[in-house]
Design a protein around this ligand. Structure first.
Ligand SMILES: Cc1cc2nc3c(=O)[nH]c(=O)nc-3n(C[C@H](O)[C@H](O)[C@H](O)COP(=O)(O)OP(=O)(O)OC[C@H]3O[C@@H](n4cnc5c(N)ncnc54)[C@H](O)[C@@H]3O)c2cc1C
Length: 396
């Protein structure tokens, strides 16, 4: 996803020769597993404009390709059931408005009308963002790819980059399993493997693979068809409609995390979840979920999806020039929001490569903001996993 967006934005800005390399099939890792939520309000002010750019870019991609992407612009409802979360909503609403993102406060009756399965009894405050929604993440990746190709970018799957070639600490090419390719810039958009890749230039990026997962119910009229995404920060959970059923995602207090060096190159050879253990995770969240979704006992969960996102300890993405080597950039550390932030990340990297000032502040995303770290260490991975636990709220 992120590499595809970088390629599209470079092509759109006429950046010259662009080559996107993927060692497996396109979008075979995290980008085909995501729930596809596109959420512009955030507890992090820094990421809101990047997310807004994604919402603005979706129709543009459709125009470029003359095809419908099918963005489900159902809006999102952020529901606070405590004073702390309600205060967060206030600041999110302010930030979103500053960036021109429409927001609406909803009363209990309006909220209940929008989401038929929701018990609004626990809800203290509800913020609605009508331009949020969800998208098929595989399709969006392919839209970026097709639009990049239409503008001259070359995209190769089944080609692995094995080394980055440097002369006097400047990028001069890459070594692939198909031979050497000369280039002046390399963007590391390797998702869960980003730190392993950047280690090739001696700077393992400060991000760790952390498991994300969600469950899908069977269809039921009780869910009311298309309706807004709900974000429930008090219980670290979210929902969205899925062809008549419901997707329910839960951010565990301690998400599973992995040493990036141990993850097989082909995601088909690896699952971050063993066997049926995930049913225990959703079962332990039932009590919390039932506060908002009293009919959960009747919900028939029939599918499960998991994958790895790349998390940083402060929950901010990694975006920018990597110090020490000229021509090496990072676009990763997505913190489980790479679909939402995809256009913003691509746009920033394209501007940097072209020597332009990015449209957004990127200081919080600096690749070297943690100093020298060992991203494979237990302590680093644990703190990165904690960022997932507090993803939709400021305090864990
Ligand atoms: C279950 C789940 C639910 C999620 N839900 C959401 C959501 O609702 N909204 C949202 O915004 N985000 C969500 N995410 C996060 C989102 O999926 C990621 O942020 C996004 O897909 C990251 O895209 P990426 O391109 O960085 O990584 P990936 O899609 O993982 O792509 C990285 C690619 O790099 C390739 N690669 C690695 N090393 C090399 C090499 N040496 N040479 C060539 N290729 C290489 C890999 O093969 C891989 O295909 C979710 C993630 C998961 C797992």
């Amino acid at each position: 996803m992120v590499g595809a967006s970088v390629a599209f934005h470079l092509a759109r800005k006429n950046a010259g020769k662009i080559l996107l390399l993927e060692r497996n099939e396109i979008a075979s890792a995290a980008s085909s597993r995501a729930a596809g939520l596109v959420l512009q309000a955030s507890t992090k002010f820094s990421r809101t404009p990047l997310a807004k750019l994604t919402v603005d870019t979706l129709p543009l991609l459709e125009d470029e390709l003359g095809e419908r992407l099918g963005y489900h612009q159902v809006g999102s409802l952020r529901l606070a059931a405590s004073e702390a979360r309600a205060d967060e909503l206030d600041s999110m609403a302010r930030d979103a408005s500053l960036w021109g993102i429409p927001v609406q406060w909803m009363d209990t009756a309006e909220t209940g009308n929008l989401v038929p399965w929701l018990d609004t009894g626990a809800v203290q405050k509800a913020l609605y963002l009508p331009t949020d929604g969800y998208v098929d993440p595989y399709l969006l990746t392919m839209f970026y790819i097709k639009a990049a190709r239409a503008r001259g970018a070359v995209v190769r799957s089944r080609m692995e980059v094995r080394d980055v070639l440097l002369e006097k600490q400047k990028v001069v090419g890459v070594l692939t399993d198909g031979g050497k390719i000369a280039c002046g810039n390399v963007v590391d958009a390797c998702g869960a493997w980003a730190s392993v890749f950047s280690e090739l230039i001696g700077f393992p990026l400060p991000a760790a693979p952390v498991r994300s997962h969600y469950w899908i119910t069977e269809k039921s009229k009780a869910y009311g068809g298309e309706h807004p995404v709900t974000i429930l920060p008090d219980i670290a959970a979210y929902t969205r409609p899925e062809v008549g059923g419901l997707i329910v995602g839960v951010q565990e207090p301690r998400s599973a995390t992995f040493d990036a060096r141990d993850i097989p190159h082909d995601p088909a050879d690896f699952s971050p979840t063993r066997g049926e253990e995930h049913w225990d995770v959703i079962a332990s969240a039932y009590e919390d979920l039932a506060r908002f979704f009293p009919a959960i006992d009747a919900a028939k969960f029939s599918s499960y999806m998991c994958g790895l996102s790349s998390y940083t300890p402060d929950g901010e993405i990694i975006l920018g020039r990597v110090p020490g080597v000229s021509g090496f950039y990072a676009a990763t550390g997505d913190c489980g929001s790479g679909i939402t932030l995809s256009a913003g990340m691509g746009d920033v990297i394209a501007d940097l490569l072209l020597g332009r000032q990015p449209a957004f502040t990127i200081e919080p995303f600096r690749p070297d903001r943690f100093g020298v770290v060992d991203p494979y260490s237990e302590s680093f991975r644990t703190s990165s996993a904690s960022a997932r636990a507090s993803k939709s709220r400021k305090v864990a």
